[in-house]
Unconditional design. Structure first.
Length: 242
C-alpha cells in the first residue's frame, strides 16, 4: 500500500471517483461525507493524507481543518468549488498544505497527492534526521530561536512553538540561510517544491502566520524581515546589526 488517504466530500459521486482513482494508484482509501464524521475518522484512522472539501454539512471544511490540525501533523489538501483567491488563501491560513479548485482533473489531483505524500514521508524533509539522543540534539540557533532538527520543533526562549509542518520547513530553510534575502519565488520552490501548483501569495500567508507565532510584535518583526521589492530574510543576529 502507498498509504492511507481520508477523502471527505458530501457529494458521494465525487468521493467514489476519488476513491476509485486513488485505489488504482495503490492507496488505501476511507471516506467521510460530513464534517463530524471526518474528524472522527481522522483521529481514529490517522491517515497519511486528507482530501478535504470546503463545504460540508454538520461541520464545514474550515472547522474540520482547524480541529484536525491541532491534533495531527497530517498533510491536508483542500477541495473547493469556490474560485475566489480569498477562499484559497484562507484554506492555507488554516494550515492546509495545498488546495484544488473544482472541477479538477484526476491527473492534477493525483500529482498533488503524490507530491504531498513524498514531502511528508519520514526523512523527506529539507534536511536529514540525525537520530541523535535528546541531550545531543542538532539544530540551528537564531537569537532566541532554536530550530531542533532532530525533533522537527522550534523553540523560543526554551518554549516550544506550535508550528505546522510547512511552517517548520519554512523557518528551518530561512534559518539555514539567515542573513540572505530570498525572493518569494525562491522560497516557494525550495520549501513547497517543484510539484506545488500554488502561487507566491502562499509564501506571504505562511510568513504572516509564522510572524504571529515567533515575533514579540508581528507588526514590527525582528526575525523574519521584509526587503521591499526583493523578498524576505531571516536576520542572523540581534536587532542593531546584520
Amino acid at each position: 500500500m502507498q498509504g492511507k488517504i481520508l477523502v471527505v466530500d458530501d457529494e458521494q459521486p465525487i468521493a467514489d471517483i476519488l476513491k476509485f482513482n486513488l485505489e488504482k494508484e495503490g492507496y488505501e482509501v476511507i471516506c467521510a461525507f460530513d464534517g463530524i464524521r471526518a474528524v472522527e475518522l481522522a483521529l481514529s484512522e490517522k491517515p497519511d493524507l486528507i482530501l478535504l472539501d470546503l463545504m460540508l454539512p454538520g461541520k464545514d471544511g474550515m472547522d474540520v481543518c482547524r480541529e484536525v490540525r491541532t491534533q495531527l501533523p497530517v498533510p491536508i489538501i483542500m477541495l473547493t468549488a469556490k474560485d475566489g483567491e480569498i477562499d484559497k488563501v484562507l484554506g492555507l491560513e488554516l494550515g492546509a498544505d495545498d488546495y484544488v479548485t473544482k472541477p479538477f482533473s484526476t491527473r492534477e489531483l493525483l500529482a498533488r497527492v503524490k507530491a504531498q505524500m513524498r514531502r511528508h514521508q519520514p526523512g523527506a524533509a529539507l534536511h536529514p534526521g540525525t537520530g541523535a539522543q535528546p541531550q545531543q540534539r542538532q539544530g540551528l540557533t537564531v537569537d532566541a530561536l532554536f530550530i531542533d532538527t532532530d525533533m522537527y520543533m522550534v523553540y523560543k526562549n526554551g518554549e516550544p512553538l506550535d508550528l505546522t509542518h510547512r511552517e517548520y520547513e519554512l523557518v528551518y530553510y530561512m534559518g539555514k540561510n539567515a542573513g540572505k534575502v530570498m525572493t518569494r519565488e525562491h522560497l516557494l520552490q525550495a520549501v513547497w517544491g517543484f510539484e506545488y501548483f500554488g502561487d507566491v501569495r502562499t509564501v506571504d500567508v505562511t510568513i504572516r502566520r509564522l510572524r504571529e507565532k515567533i515575533e514579540d510584535d508581528p507588526s514590527k518583526p525582528e526575525y523574519i524581515l521584509t526587503r521591499r521589492g526583493l523578498g524576505y530574510m531571516m536576520r542572523s543576529n540581534k536587532p542593531g546589526g546584520f
